[in-house]
Design a protein around this ligand. Structure first.
Ligand code: HEM
Length: 501
């Protein structure tokens, strides 16, 4: 008899062991550091807590000094070290940066992003970074950004919020923010208004495709490669959704690339990228795939991160009403709205005066970092400052979510929402090193859109808080979603009451 004839029995045997271990684990304390069982490793504990994986990992890390070795059954080849220790983070992302490229596995998982900035290493990454930096530091960039954001606030966001407030109905604020950031980033990158944010809340396949992608990507981190590859081949489950999303991206982006006009005198992002590409590769080379990947990576960077941070900001404000009053007072004072008794749009320079609002956004990013985790693997064996030894290619998961919730890093009040934490004695914003506050990543691969994100989020938050009281819908459960981007599961259902015209 061939060994393959016994596969069903072996599978059933392992499944029985897993179920038995889950049952024993359940009878013990509800939350505990996972036990390593023979044959199934720590799988039972992880499966039992898979519906709240970020909270579970945070609990384990706080019980084990910030670093924990997850042991999986040997046949799954999935062992991983999880850490949120600031010294390890500093070591991995900065001091020993060249030993921790994103690597082949990352590229396989994030294949949909092509050869864009998120997905490449070494020379290719340096090239992308230089190009993106030069485009984003052009003196016309912030003018373009300011116009795109205010235009969307006036023609999309406020009319939609006005409609819901007049109707008196509740709605999902997270969905509104996702539509807002999608439309703004499309305008900025593709010079195209996709109009997903309007009263009818239309279904725009590319806009919704992002949600399917980020969920599938977390599963690719957690499942053995053979399983997700099989699902992809069979076209089922999360992999099916990923393929559909991929198609939606391409159908949306390629036609917009066709109309990029080299001779356009106005400053436009894709035109600038195309010029930079052709300077390097010659003007006869085909830049379409490069532009598709560049645009998709920027859309990926700009849509979910900012909308997620805004969602949690409004949840935190609604559950801590005294902070709402302080933000409102700051807006009225710093933008001179009280004297003039009239709202007015503010510019990039003026947005820097909103220090308390800045602190509130930092708190939202600390407690709910939109990019909840990073995945690394050393190319050469390495010793971490925590004392852990890593063989080459060991999977290291760095939990940014857990980092913001460590008492040892942020003090006893680490779970409280306190914008004051970010205000220095002189009244400005207090600097925290990125290895302690890694929401925008750490080291040479630090986010290039940080400044832009703060401007956009301040414009949106101030425009809403000045005009409306936001009330959460009772009994609507809000919790972080199991995905690589920390959206709110089931969205954020709210009701609006108008306070200023
Ligand atoms: C609250 C908002 C944002 C947060 C929390 C955030 C966070 C991050 C993080 C964690 C990374 C590292 C990702 C990785 O290497 O796997 C990153 C990279 C990046 N972000 Fe952001 N981001 C935000 C907004 C934006 C915006 C609006 C843009 C501009 C469109 C942007 C552009 C980029 C780019 C180009 C990179 C790649 C940097 C590199 O690899 O060298 N980000 N961001």
């Amino acid at each position: 008899m061939a060994i393959s004839d016994l596969y069903p029995e072996i599978f059933l045997f392992i499944l029985t062991i897993i179920l038995l271990c889950v049952w024993i684990t359940k009878r013990r304390k509800q939350t505990s550091v996972p036990t390593e069982w023979p044959l199934v490793g720590m799988l039972p504990g992880i499966l039992q807590n898979s519906h709240r994986i970020h909270a579970y990992v945070t609990y384990i890390l706080s019980e084990s000094g910030g670093t924990f070795d997850f042991k999986f059954p040997w046949y799954l080849n999935m062992d991983m070290l999880v850490t949120c220790d600031p010294a390890n983070i500093h070591h991995i992302f900065s001091k020993n940066f060249s030993n921790y490229p994103k690597g082949h596995e990352f590229k396989k998982i994030f294949q949909v992003l092509g050869d864009g900035i998120f997905n490449v290493d070494f020379e290719m990454w340096e090239l992308h970074r230089r190009m993106t930096l030069s485009v984003m530091s052009d003196f016309r960039f912030y003018g373009l950004l300011e116009r795109a954001v205010w235009q969307k606030v006036e023609t999309g966001l406020l009319p939609v919020l006005d409609y819901f407030s007049k109707q008196g109905t509740d709605f999902d604020l997270q969905d509104i923010f996702q539509r807002f950031t999608f439309d703004s980033i499309c305008q900025l990158v593709l010079d195209f208004d996709s109009r997903s944010l309007c009263v009818e809340l239309p279904y725009v396949p590319c806009e919704k495709a992002f949600n399917d992608v980020i969920e599938a990507l977390l599963y690719r981190h957690l499942l053995p490669e053979s399983i997700w590859k099989l699902q992809k081949w069979l076209g089922i489950g999360k992999e099916k959704k990923l393929l559909e999303a991929w198609k939606a991206f391409d159908e949306f982006i390629y036609p917009r690339i066709e109309v990029v006009n080299q001779k356009d005198d106005d400053f436009k992002l894709l035109t600038a990228f195309r010029k930079a590409y052709e300077e390097k590769n010659g003007c006869l080379s085909d830049s379409r795939d490069f532009l598709r990947d560049t645009a998709l990576n920027l859309m990926f960077a700009g849509r979910d991160t900012t909308s997620t941070c805004l969602t949690w900001l409004f949840w935190l404000i609604a559950t801590n009403p005294s902070t709402e009053t302080k933000i409102l007072e700051e807006i009225e004072k710093q933008l001179h709205i009280k004297q003039e008794k009239k709202w007015r749009n503010f510019n990039v320079e003026e947005s820097r005066k909103l220090v308390y609002l800045h602190g509130a956004l930092c708190e939202s990013l600390r407690l709910f970092p939109p990019v909840a985790l990073e995945h690394k693997a050393p190319i050469r064996p390495d010793h971490l400052p925590s004392g852990n030894y890593l063989q080459n290619n060991t999977k290291v998961i760095v939990s940014f979510y857990s980092m913001g919730r460590m008492e040892t890093v942020w003090g006893k009040d680490c779970l409280e929402f306190k914008p004051e934490r970010w205000i220095s004695p002189r009244g400005g914003i207090k600097h925290e090193p990125s290895f302690k506050f890694p929401a925008f990543n750490v080291g040479p691969r630090t986010c290039l859109g940080k400044e832009m994100a703060f401007i956009q989020m301040k414009i949106v938050a101030a425009s809403i808080i000045y005009r409306y009281n936001i009330r959460l819908v009772q009994d609507h459960l809000v919790s972080p979603r199991d995905s690589i981007i920390l959206q709110a599961t089931n969205g954020l259902r709210v009701r609006l009451e108008k306070r200023n015209v």
